[in-house]
Design a protein around this ligand. Sequence first.
Ligand code: NAI
Length: 328
Amino acid sequence: TRTPVNVTVTGAAGQIGYALLFRIASGHLLGPDVPVRLRLLEIPQAVKAAEGTAMELDDCAFPLLSGIDITDDAKTAFDGVNVALLVGARPRSKGMERGDLLEANGGIFKPQGEAINAGAADDVRVLVVGNPANTNALIAQQHAPDVPAERFTAMTRLDHNRALSQLAKKLGVAVTDIRKLTIWGNHSATQYPDLFHAEVGGRIAAEAVNDQSWLENDFIPTVAKRGAAIIEARGASSAASAANAAIDHVHTWVNGTDEGDWTSAAVVSDGSYGVPEGLISSFPVTAKDGRYEIVQGLEIDEFSRARIDASVAELVEERDAVRGLGLI
Ligand code: NAI
């Protein structure tokens, strides 16, 4: 039998954690033949709730789940970790300034980066879900100098999936008919969902849509503000769809993208497309042999350029702010 893969989930007692853990344990993260051992990291006040979730995981009798450990100590949580899903974060409370938000999250992602650096397995892969995801990922990455930078990623797959769905609806096609969609930039309202490289039935999606007003005034804001719309409707932020996207992100990373397609993920920039080297920004990426690679050589027109630049400028501001706070 195969050695179980160690999967650590932070914020395990939260709402995304609740939607995520059962799918990991049932084999959707890595594949139907890969046993997993779960490590749940929570703050002390939420350990009991995480224990309750662990009881339910037990009660599912998942054949692939070889064990569950629960801890409030980052060092313990990341010891030997192969896949780290950093979901727990400090949300913005009412009236909180951005600096305070970044500082509070620095207090979470710096020690977690250090713990990953100290104890993770050689093949560790890190996905940051907790917001502000790109900059939290940057903080963790900067405190894990012994781990290859490319192993730190942040999640824009939910935005990608939202864009797929909106476009499929508009064109009356199946989501599987769409290829090469891209989310560029930050996981925030400045993100840019790009239809100028996406393809539908062999045509460029923007041409198939042939409705610039819809693209600018409906599609882009609907995708970018979907999180707020879910909160408005549900009274709570997206959880099951976020968990689903986290599953997709890791599954694709490990198992690869289809030939002739790509997906979106926030990865460390190599300077491509004018995104400053080292920033963790969303790009079109392919996955092969367990690595995400930025798709190279796409022509970027003026419309897309302005939107990519605006989102990247926000990432630069966030990076400079955390630098100013001494967090990186
Ligand atoms: P939640 O508030 O239900 O759960 C967060 C959990 O994290 C709580 O149980 C809390 O105790 C825990 N936590 C806080 N600090 C921690 C620490 N230092 N170590 C371990 N655990 C810690 O929040 P929810 O809905 O599960 O969302 C989690 C995060 O995911 C939020 O930051 C949210 O904004 C973000 N998110 C990101 C999305 C994306 O597309 N990148 C989509 C949806 C949510």
